[in-house]
Design a protein around this ligand. Structure first.
Ligand code: CA
Length: 426
């Protein structure tokens, strides 16, 4: 089915700023609370939030097989479970409704009032009920840097890393939407030199991790696997993902079973899910891989996406400083490889599952996706615009992730993914 919603020449009768992340070609999906305290599924064009439940109730999706209450829900899980064909039909229809040449809604003031809100009239919610959350470790630069810092620079990249998209199962219960404050976690840390008693208290090394996460639909039954060729059919869309990390807790606990409480206190996502369909124009060649992957992970083509990523730190009452510029295309393992690997043992993937990419670090020092790497574990503190220095994230700092893809005709963005670190509760 043609993705007519991606037509770069289409304009909307809603006003959209040139620099907006949300032109009519984006049409992301999210869940919001209206000023009347109603939770609904919606989309966004420019600075307008569009109530899809109201659109559906008023007959604008006629001819598309949708249940009556599909958008009158507090999560996107059921809509995501409807599959790619339905997502495409709905996105294509929304593009038609808001096309500058279509007067049906544009000229109906009563309907417009029920359907369209300004973005400051609504409150974004978590868009999906995340059943399972997996975090990969798919940037070679990041894995090499962390290997140097936590282990041994001579053997920074472990031998399995170049053959397997390494990942672990995280906690979905602490995934929160942008804007939700993050409490500095308390936990154990490595005993000080010459002692046997671990440290305990608020983490001293709270960090961000610049990641993206993809959200799946139901892909396979228990015992079945999905091939790498069809893997992308099961990806609904992507969000920005800040996988907050407490490096001191992490360093003490992670051997032998991997990350645990140093990671599970919070992960912040951007609230609008940008569909993989909307990102279609931004495909780029897969990265060169050192070893030929095993056949189930082997696929030629353009499964990487050129998405600019940025991180800023804003201290309380001060100006923001950009500390990192990276790109989603730096990932060594593609999403298709990750999903094919995830199911190769027959583990089912469900609608609403979330897969983090792992920290996305680029080749240059200003493209590292965490403070651990940017400050090289505190050895090279960053100086912010207000003159203060940071090795890691201080209390009352706000961390802001941004991401967008852009070509000569269209910009598809994710908005912001923000979180403010609050002092620990003791
Ligand atoms: Ca991570």
């Amino acid at each position: 089915m043609e993705i007519t919603a991606n037509d770069p020449n289409r304009k909307s009768w809603l006003t959209v700023a040139v620099t907006s992340d949300f032109p009519i070609q984006n049409i992301p999906f999210g869940v919001f609370l209206t000023k009347d305290d109603i939770i609904t599924i919606g989309t966004r064009i420019g600075d307008y939030a569009i109530d899809l439940a109201a659109l559906h109730q008023l007959g604008y999706f006629e001819g598309i097989p949708l249940t009556d209450d599909i958008f009158l829900q507090d999560t996107l899980n059921d809509f995501i479970a409807d599959g790619r064909k339905t997502w495409r039909l709905v996105r294509n229809r929304i593009a038609e409704i808001f096309d500058e040449n279509n007067a049906s809604l544009k000229d109906n003031a009563t309907h417009r009032e029920k359907i369209i809100f300004t973005i400051d009239e609504i409150e974004m919610q978590l868009p999906v009920n995340v059943g399972d959350y997996t975090d990969f470790y798919a940037s070679k630069e990041h894995a090499t840097n962390v290997g140097c810092l936590f282990r041994d620079p001579e053997n920074a990249l472990l031998p399995n890393w170049l053959h397997i998209p390494i990942g672990y199962h995280g906690r979905s219960s602490s995934i929160i939407p942008s804007g939700t404050p993050v409490r500095r976690p308390v936990g154990q840390s490595r005993p000080a030199e010459g002692t046997n008693t671990p440290g305990f208290g608020p983490s001293k090394l709270v960090d961000f991790e610049l990641e993206m996460a993809f959200i799946t639909t139901r892909a396979n039954d228990l015992g079945e696997r999905i091939s790498i060729e069809e893997a992308e059919n099961y990806i609904f869309g992507l969000v920005l993902f800040n996988d907050w990390s407490a490096r001191d807790i992490q360093a003490w606990e992670y051997v032998p079973l991997g990350p645990f409480l140093g990671k599970s206190f919070a992960s912040t996502i951007s609230p609008w899910i940008v569909t993989l369909d909307a990102l279609e124009p931004f495909r780029v060649n897969n990265p060169e891989q050192v070893h030929e992957p095993l056949p189930y992970l082997k696929k030629e083509g353009k499964d990487s996406y050129d998405i600019n990523l940025q991180v800023g730190i804003q201290p309380e009452g001060a100006e923001e400083t950009i500390v990192c510029n990276s790109n989603f295309k730096y990932m060594y393992w593609t999403m298709a490889q990750q999903l094919a690997h995830h199911t190769v043992n027959g583990c089912p993937v469900n609608a609403g599952d979330m897969m983090g990419s792992g920290t996305i670090s680029g080749p240059t020092k200003d493209s590292y996706g965490s403070m651990l790497e940017l400050s090289w574990r505190g050895q090279n503190p960053l100086t912010l615009k207000d003159g203060s220095q940071r090795k890691f994230i201080n209390d009352n700092d706000t961390v802001i992730l941004r991401g967008y893809a852009q070509n000569e005709s269209v910009r598809i963005g994710f908005g912001e993914c923000t979180g403010k670190v609050l002092p620990a509760k003791e």
